[in-house]
Design a protein around this ligand. Structure first.
Ligand SMILES: Cc1ncc(COP(=O)(O)O)c(C=O)c1O
Length: 403
């Protein structure tokens, strides 16, 4: 839909948004009318360089042509049938994902939060059925982010942050341990612990990559104590870290993982994938979803995942991530440049991240800030060296202006 088709001006549209919409997010002052590749365009055709990808979603580029074609073709066949019959895109996608990432089973959901919710339910049911009704405790990491439903929110190790504020009580059965500290995880485990759940790189929590020793240590710990290792790959999956799944960068395989964001190429879809061991618990009737496995979303996901694999976008993510992060090290006032692949963060010494984000916006570069001191950049995985150079020039100017 174009703004001119509504008969509204930009100001009127924003006024209607303010009048009718619950205000839960700080928006860019941008009417995002169309998008293509590395760019988003406003109602006047003004171009913005996209270094946030709809929050780490549009990996094969904004409105990727093959994804759009797949959506149109599938929409002509059927829009929705639920999980009751076999829908063709759902089964084709299940096989494509399980075979390309080496997992046994998949269940489709509509978002990352739901995928994590399913994974938490799977782990609890696995523990209770194997060891008894007290066995549902899960250790997650401080500063983690797993979503906003009560299960996913309770797993999120940010008790003092806005996302849990005045929403207590959280679901019992979660303990938060220090990320990248194996001893902290070991001591947080009790006799009732059934699983450990972490992100390979903490995204929302400030862009903190796990070390290889940490994730490998967690794998050993889970094997020794017969617990499940769960990875939240909602943000790290599908090429962003430089490998198809984040865990492949670490040579550590989880028992189950969640995915969403990039997998649908812009349509809402998520999933939990598991090996046979973890999947034992997921028996008919214990979980479900009306829209999970929706044919249009699955058709989009097939096209997006094929683009990611066939164009080897993970390799580009690794190369461009290294290039851009090296550039960022020369920015003034930087405390640390962190990340892996194209999940990148710059931590400043002073709380200027919000101002840097605003300055970048004024120069038509879209980035996000995850806290007062940290900016996060997650461009589409098709980003080129020229895009990186252009973004860096703006970022440098923005940083200088914000200091
Ligand atoms: C690691 C991680 N898990 C879960 C979620 C929640 O995903 P969604 O917003 O699709 O529900 C996010 C969203 O940012 C995320 O980064």
């Amino acid at each position: 839909m174009k703004l001119k088709d509504t008969g509204l001006t930009k100001e009127q549209l924003i006024q209607d948004a303010n009048t009718y919409m619950m205000e839960l997010a700080a928006r860019f002052d941008l009417v995002a009318e169309t998008s293509k590749g590395m760019n988003i365009f406003d109602e006047n055709g003004e171009e913005y360089l996209d270094f946030y990808a709809g929050i780490a979603v549009n990996s094969a580029g904004n409105s990727n042509e093959k994804v759009v074609e797949a959506i149109i073709e599938q929409a002509k066949d059927t829009l929705h049938v639920s999980n009751y019959p076999y829908s063709i895109p759902m089964v084709v996608l299940a096989k494509l994902i399980c075979e390309s990432i080496g997992m046994d089973k998949i269940f489709f959901q509509n978002s990352g939060t739901e995928a994590n919710e399913a994974m938490i339910k799977m782990a609890r049911k696995w523990g209770i059925e194997k060891y008894g009704e007290e066995h549902y405790h899960i250790v997650t990491a401080k500063q983690s982010f797993h979503g906003r439903s009560y299960g996913a929110m309770s797993a999120t190790g940010q008790p003092d942050n806005g996302c849990q504020l005045n929403l207590k009580p959280m679901l019992p059965g979660f303990t938060y341990a220090d990320f990248n500290d194996l001893d902290s995880f070991k001591s947080a485990c009790t006799k009732d612990t059934v699983a450990i759940m972490v992100e390979p790189v903490q995204g929302e929590g400030g862009v903190y990559p796990a070390t290889k020793e940490f994730l490998q240590g967690l794998r050993e710990l889970c094997d020794e104590r017969d617990m499940l290792l769960l990875f939240d790959e909602v943000q790290t999956g599908w090429g962003r870290l430089g490998t198809l799944m984040g865990y492949m960068s670490y040579d550590v395989k989880p028992d189950a993982l969640s995915m969403a964001k990039a997998m649908g190429g812009g349509l809402p879809i998520g999933a939990v994938c598991a090996n046979e061991r973890a999947n034992q618990a997921f028996t008919p009737g214990c979980h479900g979803s009306t829209f999970g496995g929706n044919p249009v979303c699955c058709a989009a996901a097939i096209a997006e995942i094929k683009e990611i694999i066939e164009r080897d976008l993970p390799a580009n993510a690794a190369k461009m991530g290294e290039y851009f992060m090296e550039l960022c090290k020369s920015l003034p006032g930087v405390k640390e440049v962190r990340g892996k692949g194209l999940l990148m963060g710059v931590e400043y010494e002073q709380p200027i991240a919000m101002e840097v984000k605003h300055q970048c916006f004024d120069h038509k570069l879209l980035i996000t800030a995850v806290s007062g001191n940290i900016i996060r950049m997650v461009p589409p995985l098709i980003v080129t060296k020229e895009d990186c150079d252009k973004a860096f020039a703006i970022l440098k100017e923005a940083t200088e202006a914000a200091m």
